[in-house]
Design a protein around this ligand. Structure first.
Ligand code: ATP
Ligand code: MG
Length: 297
């Protein structure tokens, strides 16, 4: 395993505003790194710095051991990128655009390109100006997936895709990963990257507040349970995997890790269950929980 991308103490300021505050991040070969954070957290700023579009105020970004800003053109020979907002030449067709994007990266339209067009079910004869957001995203994704690179960077790639196309995206992402490629995948929705990411980095207000594997961030996979019971639910206090327990008369709410979900639901059912609601925590709730744990406000 080699480190393909290494960000060290990166700070990016726009005049007086600090968009990135001393961030550290690594991307290894054959790894999918999920980069999660709410709107305005600094995901795209990080990515634009990686691409050498923005000059760091402080710190270093090394890709394949080279400097992201100074050696950008050399690095880009082995890097594929799909931006969050895809803008395309309005009067070219989707097909022409895919071929042009490939040509700009010294790539050729291949069998894989045709397979991708079919998989994403894109009508390539239409002009870009007639495409919806999702279709524009497909054009950029098809070009990126048929590019032979070492690092693939996707900035919120599935925000415009319907669930079927999201599955197509995941299929091709897994193929890249199986071929040992490195992938950075940004999103503001945890569930979008949970399935495919080996590691996750969480950014908020320009700072990385957590990095680790999903197992290491076990609490991310906790389920929120709200129930109305007929018996006395006090025993929940002693049950493993249960946290943030609130009991109010016959109403209970708590979080439980996936290993103990079954036990707790069985227990609730044994004391008499009038209603039950279980949900995965949202990104906001995870942040809130993180702040509670760290005592940071
Ligand atoms: N060129 C710029 N000049 C000034 N401020 C900027 C500039 N680019 C980004 N910012 C600010 O930096 C912060 C981070 O923006 P960024 O686009 O990186 O967020 P993001 O995590 O990608 O959010 P989103 O999920 O909405 O895409 C925001 O507060 C944004 O307004
Ligand atoms: Mg963004």
């Amino acid at each position: 395993m080699t480190t393909q991308l290494k960000i060290t103490n990166l700070t990016k300021k726009f005049k007086n505003f600090t968009a990135l505050n001393n961030i550290n991040l690594e991307l290894n070969s054959g790894e999918v790194l999920g980069y999660i954070g709410p709107n305005g957290a600094g995901k795209s700023t990080t990515i634009r710095s990686i691409l050498g579009i923005l000059h760091p105020t402080n710190g270093q970004i090394e890709i394949f051991g080279q400097d992201a800003f100074k050696d950008a053109s050399k690095i880009h020979e082995k890097l594929a990128y799909v931006p969050g907002d895809v803008y395309l030449w309005p009067n070219l067709t989707g097909g022409e655009t895919i071929d042009l994007l490939l040509k700009m990266n010294n790539q050729k339209h291949s069998q894989l390109t045709d397979e991708l067009i079919k998989d994403f079910d894109l009508d390539i004869s239409k002009k870009n100006k007639t495409y919806s957001k999702g279709n524009r995203q497909k054009v950029a994704l098809i070009a990126a997936f048929s590019t032979e690179a070492e690092i693939y960077i996707f900035d919120e790639p599935t925000s415009g895709l319907d669930p079927l196309n999201e599955e197509v995206f995941k299929k091709h992402l897994k193929k890249l990963k199986d071929n040992g490629k490195s992938i950075l995948l940004s999103s503001h929705i945890l569930s979008e990257v949970q399935e495919v990411a080996d590691r996750i980095a969480i950014i908020r207000n320009g700072q990385i507040i957590q990095t680790g594997t999903l197992e290491e961030m076990q609490y991310l996979t906790d389920t929120l349970v709200e129930a109305q019971v007929s018996g006395d639910p006090q025993e929940l206090k002693n049950m493993p995997g249960v946290s943030n327990l609130v009991i109010k008369d016959k109403k209970v709410s708590f979080q439980v890790d996936s290993d103990n979900l079954n036990n707790t639901i069985n227990y609730l059912s044994s004391i008499g269950l009038a209603s039950l609601k279980s949900t995965k925590p949202t990104l906001e709730q995870i942040f809130l929980q993180y702040y509670k744990v760290s005592g940071d406000k």
